[in-house]
Design a protein around this ligand. Structure first.
Ligand code: FAD
Length: 345
């Protein structure tokens, strides 16, 4: 029986992109997002690389994302003395934007195209039979459909519903702190990334032309996850990391505004079961990478396109899910591994 109605858990990148792709394939989708407005860690920024932008273009979503993002043109690598070690262009189009802006652009586009996006709806349970699936939410409500797509991020509930023994995300030994500094006090070239190998931690910085701010992140080695830390504590930690280096990092952190987001970096090298007969994973729920390769969002959008194509091409959902996994598993696992290698000290 062909799939006609898809329930999507998660209104992040994978969830909204999957809904847009399914609509193009003529399949009805509804998005259920746990967060009342957007998502966690939404203050951070990211880059959608060429592959992700190509997938967005196929969904007719590149324009909406271009409107809220900035080009990422080149990357220069520097040492702790501020000496440039190398420079290369980033294959374009690649775009830098905040996670919040990406979520909003995709959710707004979905709404404009008549796709329902419900907020404050956390998926907690699901039961299926040969006719379809019933999905339950934390507020006690339920919906029915043909299949459930778990686009519910790195701590996916759907992954557990498919396989209660699915591995936990792996702590990558890194804290990541993001912040924004008014203007361009370091006088950096616009739309370029400067990646600085500091003596204690790694610092990345870019000045997106037209935004009027310097965007920075610090990747800080740490043996244990550091949950429950305030923005001020993240700033102080980042300051300590760069105080002895002859680079702009310390001054940029010191001059940054209040919007500082910190967190612990996790990844998922492999998820044994991507699907069962009625449920399937997409994006970070299936294969989360640490940020170093800047591919998490791009992979999520590519998943969306591949999953919708498979559901369009196969009448049986299990056959569609197997074809989708076949297409995506190896590539995404290789990227997760490459990203982990890139961020190891
Ligand atoms: C700090 C940071 C920096 C990053 N930098 C980059 C980068 O430079 N480039 C890049 O490509 N990627 C980057 N990433 C990764 C990128 O953000 C993710 O890979 C991408 O957002 C994955 O999309 P997703 O939709 O799978 O997950 P998410 O974007 O996490 O979306 C999952 C959504 O599901 C919702 N949800 C969770 N549980 C439930 C539930 N039970 N029911 C309903 N909804 C639920 C969440 O609220 C969230 O909105 C970064 C990630 C982080 C955390």
């Amino acid at each position: 029986m062909a799939v006609r109605k898809v329930i999507i858990a998660g209104g992040g990148v994978a969830g909204t992109a999957t809904a847009l792709a399914l609509q193009q394939a003529g399949i009805e989708a509804e998005v259920y997002e746990a967060h009342p407005s957007g998502g966690a860690d939404a203050g951070a920024f990211l880059t959608v690389m060429r592959n992700g932008m190509a997938a967005l273009a196929g969904l007719g979503a590149a324009e909406a994302v271009n409107a809220v993002s900035f080009p990422a043109r080149a990357v220069a690598l520097l040492d702790a003395q501020g000496q440039e070690l190398g420079r290369r262009p980033i294959e374009g189009p690649a775009r830098s934007l905040t996670r919040a802006a990406l979520y909003r652009a995709l959710q707004d586009l979905a709404a404009t195209r008549g796709i329902p996006v419900h907020h404050g709806k956390r998926v907690t349970a699901a039961s299926s039979d040969r006719d379809g699936i019933e999905v339950g939410f934390s507020d006690g409500s339920r919906v029915t459909g043909d299949v459930l797509v778990g686009a519910d991020g790195i701590h996916s509930r759907t992954r557990r519903l498919i396989d209660p023994d699915a591995p936990e995300p792996r702590y990558a030994g890194l804290h990541v702190v993001y912040g924004y500094t008014p203007g361009n006090p370091a006088g950096l070239d616009l739309d370029e990334y400067h990646m600085i190998r500091g003596s204690r931690a790694f610092f990345g910085v870019t000045v997106p032309g037209g935004d009027g701010r310097t965007w920075w992140f610090a990747r800080i080695p740490g043996e244990k996850p550091a949950a429950g830390i305030t923005a001020q504590q993240w700033r102080d930690l980042a300051l300590r990391m760069f105080r002895d280096d002859a680079t702009p990092a310390h001054a940029l952190i010191a001059a940054s505004g209040a919007e500082i987001v910190g967190g612990d970096s996790h990844d998922i090298p492999t998820t044994p079961h991507w699907h069962n007969a009625r449920m399937v994973l997409a994006g970070d729920a299936a294969h989360a990478a640490v940020p170093a390769a800047a591919q998490g969002a791009s992979m999520a959008i590519e998943d969306a396109v591949a999953l919708a194509a498979a559901l369009h091409d196969h009448n049986d959902p299990a056959a569609a899910f197997a074809a989708y996994e076949d297409r995506r598993r190896t590539e995404t696992e290789e990227t997760v591994a490459a990203s982990a290698r890139l961020s190891s000290p």
